[in-house]
Design a protein. Structure first.
Lengths: 115, 251
């Protein structure tokens, strides 16, 4: 087989292995939505499915951390997300405050458990 | 309906709405997505990919968890078809997310390329913020606003991915952990910010608390699919028992 320049090979790999498997769902969503009336009750249900899925992705990212996030202990990750949520609710649902509190907690937990 | 106005609106108005969307994104949300993608740079570097490829992955994949999976998988020497499969499963959320955007954007009047661009820009941040912001914006201005918002998020994130690549050795590990933690904490706050009633909270809680149970029970492949269908349907049924017109993101 002819060998491709590294840049082109990497680009094709990225498109076929990452961009396409992700984009296919977005394209599917657009094509499905085109066939439905804007008033369709299905959209209501679909939005709840998306919300539950998103929350599931959060749980997955915290339970199986990738890269250096694995340096934060389980209690650090779970504690940080819980405190972030509490701070977020107490501060009139301020996303900024929630993110800030979570970040401080998780970074602290890495330093506390560092050897 | 204002559905057919997009042709009648002067072009400079559309530009103004595009810029307004971009400005709103750059006020805060774009910085969070951008920061959450800083971590992709170092991962791309250890996978042996160039800075251009790291930046291109933000433009073409535009999904933090998928990019992290991709570069980690390449580093670990995973077989490419298996990696593509894992990434595909992890990105399933985009199907219902893209669909749910539809009633808010008068997409039917736009060409398929515009619709696909709208779909491509739908990351969690753009999606959650759009569901919250778009209902308050006149229908004819929404697509321009949305495209500006998405372009602001993607543009800033391409810069941050490149910066992450260049600074990868200089970032302390605890800080790197903080960058990777941005995605889950921001997802949580974004979806919770739009919750209005018990059904919305049920969808969120079922996702958070059923996921560990389901993944232990049925493995890490199809747990999210089952979770979305079960949690989403339960929330929908609860919603139907509550008063109408108290939707998740409609005010």
């Amino acid at each position: 087989m002819m060998s491709l320049p590294l840049g082109i090979e990497h680009f094709l790999t990225m498109v076929l292995v990452a961009a396409l498997p992700t984009g296919i769902w977005r394209i599917g969503g657009v094509l499905l939505a085109r066939r439905l009336s804007n008033q369709s009750e299905i959209f209501e249900w679909v939005r709840f499915v998306a919300t539950a899925l998103l929350a599931g992705v959060v749980a997955k990212l915290l339970a199986n951390p990738s890269g250096v996030l694995a340096l934060a202990p389980l209690w650090g990750r779970m504690g940080a997300i819980s405190l972030a949520f509490i701070a977020f609710m107490l501060c009139k649902r301020s996303v900024f405050v929630g993110v800030l509190v979570g970040e401080v907690m998780v970074i602290t937990s890495v330093y506390l458990t560092a050897p | 309906m204002l559905n057919d106005q997009s042709d009648q609106i002067p072009a400079e108005w559309m530009t103004a709405h595009f810029i307004k969307g971009m400005r709103d994104a750059l006020r805060f949300p774009a910085w969070v997505v951008a920061a959450s993608l800083v971590g992709v740079g170092p991962l791309a570097q250890s996978a042996g990919y160039s800075i251009e490829m790291a930046i291109a992955s933000t433009l073409f994949v535009w999904a933090g968890p998928a990019q992290v999976l991709f570069f980690s998988g390449i580093s670990a020497g995973m077989a490419l078809p298996a990696l593509a499969f894992v990434i595909g499963l992890s990105s399933m959320r985009f199907l219902p997310m893209t669909m749910a955007l539809m009633p808010l954007l008068p997409m039917k009047d736009h060409s398929l390329p515009v619709q696909l661009t709208i779909g491509h820009m739908a990351s969690v941040t753009v999606w959650a913020e759009s569901l919250r912001r778009l209902p308050a914006i006149p229908e004819a201005q929404r697509v321009a606003y949305y495209l500006g918002f998405g372009a602001g998020c993607i543009g800033l994130s391409m810069i941050s991915t490149g910066l992450g690549f260049m600074l990868s050795s200089a970032v302390p590990q605890a800080f790197g952990a903080g960058l990777l933690f941005l995605t889950p904490v921001f997802f949580t706050c974004s979806i919770a910010a739009g919750a209005r009633n018990a059904a919305d909270w049920l969808a969120i809680a079922s996702g958070l608390f059923l996921e560990p149970v389901l993944s232990a029970w049925m493995g890490p492949e199809f747990d999210l699919l089952v979770l979305g269908l079960v949690g989403g349907t339960a929330a929908y049924l609860l919603k139907r028992r509550l008063k109408p017109h108290q939707g998740l993101f409609s005010s």
